[in-house]
Design a protein. Structure first.
Length: 368
């Protein structure tokens, strides 16, 4: 299982992603005591300022692992039941039969059947019909999480509670944030900061929902499937549309530290970690069926064991963090452009050289 880090190969692989069309990206790979950090391309296409591996970055849905861990801490302390109906805690937000049928676990693993609120918040129910203008319209919109939840709860259900496969939905995680607030008496962002981020000793990670990233960071270029050409910078953006479902700011080093500690049982206990690693089939936002646990999903490599982690996207930015089950091998990577694939006439994303180059980088980083 030991594949020492090949710095030259990793440097070439990250450079190839940039050459394939990604403005800039940076990564950290760990194998035991060995650490490789690399960066390629620019943080600003106008000035040519380079990206560096220590930049702070919006990491999108990687936030969900932090939120799930916080909820599991409350399960451990007896304040929350994993298989207790959410209606028992939040009867006004999920009323009636659905509140009785949807459990806390179903929210964490996306089997609640609750619809995604984002298309309703952005008034773009069908991607093919969208106007990129809706992204600009909401750059400084301060969304109310309760109103966003209501959009998801009142929209047509995407499945029966507990049904398989589940359907990935940010509505679930906004509800988990409200649950944390209800049982701890503290805003979810503050609770997660104190009990997950600070517990893990993450110095460059924060959970805001404001529009600005402090410290050295990249611009974030959104291509919106080729409809925004050239891609536009959305690094300044109010993140209240994502909240504790996707507004975390972090670094690749902090992400590797967090997932290493999580898989070592240092953020939640071993029994909670075992629950997090119980997976069900879930249809991702890209329409693929993935195995999904409680805020974690696995990636299997050829004979290299299972990696656990999460990916995430925001307007213009993305990240992936994966750690092998034994905690020895780790990858965290951040990219500064999103939705680079153009759509064909049926609305399906077309292959792009960036996809292959990223897959090569991930494979090399994780499996050697």
């Amino acid at each position: 299982m030991k594949n020492p880090l090949d710095s030259a190969a990793l440097n070439a692989a990250i450079e190839n992603v940039h050459r394939a069309g990604m403005p800039g990206l940076f990564a950290e790979v760990r194998d035991g005591d060995q650490v490789w950090r690399g960066a390629a391309g620019v943080a600003d296409v106008t000035s040519g300022r380079p990206v560096t591996a220590d930049m702070r970055h919006r990491v999108g849905s990687i936030t969900k692992t932090f939120t799930a861990a916080a909820v599991l801490q409350q399960v451990e302390s007896g304040q929350v039941g994993l298989d207790t109906p959410i209606g028992r805690y939040l009867p006004k937000l999920v009323p009636g039969e659905r509140g009785d049928a949807i459990t806390v676990r179903m929210l964490i693993n996306h089997t609640s059947g609750l619809a995604e609120f984002l298309p309703y918040a952005y008034r773009m129910p069908v991607v093919a019909d969208t106007r990129p203008q809706s992204l600009d319209d909401h750059r400084f919109t301060r969304f109310d999480p309760v109103e966003l939840i209501e959009m998801g709860v009142t929209a047509p259900a995407v499945g029966a509670p507990g049904g398989a496969p589940g359907v990935y939905s940010n509505t679930n995680y906004l509800l988990l944030a409200q649950l944390l607030e209800e049982v701890t008496g503290t805003a979810a962002e503050r609770y997660i900061t104190r009990n997950v981020i600070e517990r893990a000793g993450l110095r460059d990670t924060e959970l805001p929902a404001g529009p600005y990233v402090d410290g050295p960071h990249s611009r974030l270029y959104e291509a919106w499937f080729g409809m925004i050409d050239p891609p536009r910078d959305y690094s300044v953006y109010d993140m209240s549309y994502a909240g504790p479902a996707g507004s975390l700011i972090s670094t690749v080093a902090d992400l590797n530290r967090f997932y290493g500690m999580l898989l070592a049982g240092e953020i939640v206990g071993p029994s909670s970690l075992a629950q997090m690693q119980r997976t069900v089939p879930v249809i991702s936002q890209e329409g693929k069926t993935i195995d999904y646990g409680l805020g974690l999903h696995p990636m299997e490599g050829p004979g290299q064991g299972t990696f656990w982690g999460h990916g995430g996207t925001v307007w213009g930015g993305g990240a992936l963090a994966m750690t092998r089950a034994d905690g020895q091998r780790q990858l965290a990577v951040a990219v500064n452009m999103q939705r680079w694939n153009r759509l064909d006439s049926s609305g399906k994303p077309q292959p792009h050289p960036i996809d292959g180059a990223l897959a090569t980088l991930y494979g090399l980083a994780m499996y050697g």
